[in-house]
Design a protein around this ligand. Structure first.
Ligand SMILES: [Zn+2]
Ligand SMILES: [Zn+2]
Length: 424
């Protein structure tokens, strides 16, 4: 049975706002956000690394009139079973970190808050959800017919919509426009300044008056030096300014705009060859989520999202990560039934260092892989996967091999999986 879904921006805005409130409460250790999927809860759990160091994080979200609505929405429909909207709303986010209850770092900045809202369209869809009553991870169809664990029956509205992912991106003040405008302003302003200066100087020296034997040459010189020299100097000044701006932390990735644009336009082209529902924003959410799992999972041995050569977690001192507005696509390959995407992610991380919290720019290089025949399935969860060999289902966050027949489980056949992860 299929039901018709009304999709509206107002509704999504409401959901995003509610989720934000729950997310803020979660930081105050009140309770888990009620509307998140089990996989999101799993990632939230990992960030409890903070507690190990006695660190507390508080978050505040503020909005204003112009940012009241979920401004952007990207809709992804998979096979017709689920519909996911990646909704983006801008918030002024304040993050405060305390070590042993002493405030250490406080930052406030505008960020794009992306939230993936998933709705069930087909009631017979394959998929996994948490029983709202007993918490058992169950098939959605079971929950609709009566939970196998506690017997409670649910209607779709009890279970969906849910938040299946979320991430924030540091915005560049004013965006690309700002970069271009300041550049032109620097060049034009400097030309004007130098031209005026040249004329004043030469005027004083008397070289511009028709009585001077080379007066034409000086006129041309004033214009040439003023306009050409002025713009070149202006550009150099602008670049220096941008480098300083970048060094002092407010904006990084200004120079990487072009590579970001390439990733944003090239990846969908490449991916849509075999996944016509491919969405860049949805994919980016997956990437950021995988990165969090790689940074915050202390042990990779049984980690389903990592299918590379055995290695140790090198990032145990990182307590939080913020994404800059850029990713770089290094390469894209298809080998057999798998595609491999090699990307660089630019971030600002917070590290715990001898009782203090330090902020650092960090670039991560990550190779992810997925079976090209695996269709996007918003109902999929690593908490309950099915064995390709015997069909048994198990929690892949705890076990790498099927507990019934021993066949190793490869997440890459169902979803994106990490093959390599390191600092660049
Ligand atoms: Zn139950
Ligand atoms: Zn098996």
């Amino acid at each position: 049975m299929n039901i018709n879904l009304q999709y509206d921006n107002e509704k999504n805005t409401e959901i995003v706002d509610t989720f934000v409130k729950q997310y803020v409460k979660w930081h105050k250790r009140e309770k888990y956000p009620a509307m998140t999927s089990i996989d999101v809860d799993n990632v939230l759990d990992l960030q409890r690394r903070l507690e190990k160091y006695n660190i507390r994080k508080e978050m505040e979200f503020a909005s204003d009139k112009t940012h009241k609505r979920a401004l952007k929405n990207f809709t992804i429909i998979d096979k017709g079973d689920y519909q996911s909207d990646v909704s983006c709303k801008d918030y002024k986010i304040t993050e405060t970190y305390f070590v042993n209850n002493i405030q250490k770092i406080k930052t406030t900045r505008w960020q794009n808050f992306y939230v993936t809202i998933t709705r069930l369209i087909n009631h017979n869809a394959k998929g996994v959800a948490e029983c709202p009553n007993c918490g058992a991870v169950s098939e959605v169809t079971d929950l609709l017919n009566g939970c196998k664990n506690c017997g409670t029956r649910f209607i779709v509205e009890d279970l969906y919509p849910i938040i299946t992912n979320f991430y924030t991106i540091n915005t560049i003040a004013g965006g690309e426009d700002f970069v271009k405008k300041t550049q032109y302003a620097a060049m034009a302003g400097n030309s004007l300044f130098l031209t005026t200066f040249m004329f004043l100087l030469n005027g004083l020296l008397g070289t511009l008056s028709p009585s001077h034997e080379d007066f034409l040459f000086y006129w041309v010189e004033c214009f040439m030096v003023g306009i050409v020299g002025g713009s070149v100097c202006g550009l150099l000044l602008w670049i220096t300014g941008m480098i300083l701006y970048q060094l002092f932390g407010s904006v990084r990735g200004v120079f990487l705009f072009s590579s970001n644009v390439k990733a944003k336009s090239n990846l969908p082209k490449l991916m849509r060859q075999f996944d016509r529902n491919f969405s860049y924003e949805y994919f980016l959410g997956k990437i950021y989520n995988l990165m969090k799992l790689m940074i915050f999972s202390d042990d990779y041995t049984n980690l389903a999202v990592y299918d590379g050569r055995p290695m140790q977690n090198q990032f145990k001192d990182i307590i939080d990560v913020n994404y800059d507005s850029t990713v770089k696509l290094n390469s894209f390959n298809i080998k057999g039934a798998y595609c491999y995407v090699d990307i660089t992610v630019y971030t600002k991380v917070l590290k715990f260092n001898c009782g203090n919290i330090v902020k650092e720019n960090e670039d991560f290089r990550m190779v992810v892989c997925k079976n090209i025949y695996a269709t996007t399935n918003a109902g999929f969860s690593v908490k309950k996967v099915s064995c390709k060999s015997c069909g048994g289902s198990f929690d892949a966050t705890r076990e790498h091999n099927c507990p019934y027949c021993g066949t190793p489980y490869h997440l890459g056949n169902d979803d994106w999986v990490v093959i390599d992860f390191r600092k660049e």
